[in-house]
Design a protein around this ligand. Structure first.
Ligand SMILES: NC(=O)C1=CN([C@@H]2O[C@H](COP(=O)(O)OP(=O)(O)OC[C@H]3O[C@@H](n4cnc5c(N)ncnc54)[C@H](OP(=O)(O)O)[C@@H]3O)[C@@H](O)[C@H]2O)C=CC1
Ligand SMILES: O=C1O[C@H](COP(=O)(O)O)[C@@H](O)[C@H](O)[C@H]1O
Length: 506
């Protein structure tokens, strides 16, 4: 993690250049980096796919994506640079499964070397289905694009493997072709401004760290809920499910940011070491205890904000008898000095009540209540809520005296909101991550040991769920907060899930 500077000349190949991720996220992100003058002075972007596009049609297709999904649209104030940007974009039609086709890539690298007058960083972004990744990786390795290994980089999209075994296999293959420093395993949550801000809040302030431990914190919650269903991604989701899709990666990464020890610097390996320490300390759940620690769910049909919506099993490309989880909640414990005995409750799901990603740190109650007994009803322990999306704020709940002659108390929130504090618009996660790749900064990317540790944590849950089919699916209604069992998971401990207080909805 460092302050950015304009990266050295870069040649970016996007496998999956004709696909959805590039259309909705990567191209808009690169365009915004260009507007903000973060792109290198010499660069070229080559989208790769089998579909037949000429350069002109390809650029038109991408502009369409920018107009729909970019935070700044062409024609709006501050944008208007598509013509300039698109000159750097071209399309390469090739079948990535054919060895012979890779000569085309080697030829483009030579051509750009000449044009730039230097050897650029060569970035291969693999925005393709996971089953294509091993084949592409093993064909890219032998190309030996440049002698200096630092200049070739491979970006691997999620999902990184399907389970522990497949992730280990992919790590092994990548390691046989590239140095770990050349491999960028994306987790887009790490590019989110508010997720990075967890580190700023914890380690740039003296206020929180002394109380950031089992002596003061009762428990932590992480909720990542979505209102959307599977949005035409049934094919992928049938093989994934909520536990793999969100918990194994995004949620465990957020948990690491909340729970890690203070880094001594912000170098990539220092941060990643501290995070992997947390993952290694998470208690492995015994298979026979999984039902006490984890809950799964699947949404049925119903209504979302006045619209009739199908159940998961009726979605396109989904087996009508599907037992795939669209909701998962887990209680984790971290067996280390700081967090012993503090539960971390996490939950995620599709078609839930609202789109929100929040971290809640619930402090223990004050040790003694000396105020009049009548005010005890509204007495609440302190709570820190970090809203990651769509709201971006941090709120600290504390007790305050209600105005009047009586000493009555009421919990109030002290709020820091990005919207109110800053005029600048925050970059999208993919902007930050793509800039990091061009700069060669891997701090916000997953190292192989992190990926392995995350899969090890969820393996017992995965195995147990695979061995025992759920009998109650579908078990939650669209627009709800998930299955009743998820309420019971936390209620059994005398706690409840936190949803944001009313002000955030105003
Ligand atoms: N879409 C999203 O929002 C997100 C996607 N991801 C991940 O990104 C990856 C891509 O997803 P997405 O863009 O949605 O998938 P799409 O199905 O939309 O795109 C797949 C891409 O792969 C290309 N492709 C397939 N086979 C070949 C081949 N033999 N040779 C060359 N190109 C090929 C397709 O090109 P063509 O058809 O022209 O051959 C297309 O460009 C997946 O791993 C996904 O999990 C991660 C997070 C979010
Ligand atoms: O990686 C994924 O994340 C999205 C949610 O991302 P967000 O930035 O909108 O919170 C999720 O919809 C998708 O299923 C998953 O693959």
């Amino acid at each position: 993690m460092q302050n950015h500077k304009r990266p050295a000349s870069s040649l970016i190949f996007i496998f999956g250049g004709s696909g959805d991720l590039n259309f909705r996220k990567l191209s808009p992100a690169l365009y915004n980096l260009f507007i903000d003058e973060w792109m290198p002075t010499k660069f070229s972007i080559v989208g790769i796919g089998r579909r037949p596009y000429n350069n002109e049609d390809y650029r038109k297709h991408l502009l369409n994506g920018v107009q729909q999904f970019s935070r700044r649209k062409e024609g709006e104030t501050g944008a208007g640079k598509w013509q300039d940007f698109s000159k750097y974009v071209s399309y390469l039609q090739m079948d990535a499964e054919q060895d012979a086709e890779y000569q085309k890539i080697a030829d483009i690298v030579k051509e750009k070397e000449k044009e730039f007058g230097e050897h650029p960083n060569v970035i291969f972004y693999l925005a393709v289905a996971p089953q294509l990744v091993p084949g592409i990786v093993s064909k890219l390795g032998p190309l030996n694009i440049c002698a200096d290994t630092k200049c070739t980089r491979v970006v691997v999209e999620k999902p990184f493997g399907h389970d522990l075994e497949s992730a280990l296999e992919l790590n092994k293959l990548l390691a046989s072709m590239f140095d770990e420093k050349q491999i960028y395993r994306i987790d887009h949550y790490l590019g989110k401004e508010t997720v990075q801000n967890i580190l700023a809040m914890r380690f740039a302030n003296a206020l929180f760290e002394p109380i950031w431990n089992r002596n003061y914190i009762d428990h932590v919650q992480i909720t990542a809920s979505e209102t959307v269903g599977v949005e035409g991604r049934g094919d992928y989701y049938e093989r994934a499910g909520a536990l793999r899709d969100m918990v194994q990666n995004h949620i465990l990464q957020i948990l690491c940011m909340v729970a890690m020890e203070a880094p001594v610097n912000f170098e990539a390996d220092e941060i990643r070491n501290k995070k992997v320490d947390v993952l290694n300390a998470i208690r492995k759940i015994n298979t026979e205890d999984v039902h006490r620690y984890a809950v799964r769910g699947q949404y049925g049909d119903g209504w979302m904000q006045g619209d009739k919506v199908p159940g998961y099993a009726q979605e396109k490309s989904v087996d009508p008898n599907s037992k795939t989880d669209t909701f998962a909640a887990v209680k984790f414990y971290i067996d280390n000095w700081r967090w012993q005995g503090v539960p971390f409750y996490v939950r995620t799901g599709k078609r839930m009540h609202e789109k929100t990603t929040i971290v809640t740190v619930q402090f223990r109650p004050a040790p003694n209540y000396a105020f009049p007994a009548e005010s005890a009803d509204t007495w609440r322990p302190n709570r820190l809520t970090i809203s990651i999306a769509p709201d971006m704020d941090i709120r600290l709940r504390f007790q305050a005296k209600r105005p009047g002659q009586d000493m009555t108390l009421k919990p109030v929130d002290m709020i820091f909101s990005y919207k109110d504090a800053y005029e600048e618009h925050e970059p999208e996660a993919y902007e930050t991550l793509l800039l990091d790749v061009m700069e060669g900064n891997a701090t916000l990317f997953m190292r192989s040991d992190q990926v392995q540790a995350s899969w090890e944590i969820i393996k017992p849950i995965q195995d147990t769920w695979a061995a025992r089919q759920p009998v109650d699916f579908p078990n939650y209604a669209p627009g709800s907060w998930g299955p009743e069992d998820a309420e019971a998971l936390i209620a059994r401990d005398g706690r409840n899930w936190v949803t944001l207080p009313a002000p955030h909805k105003e």
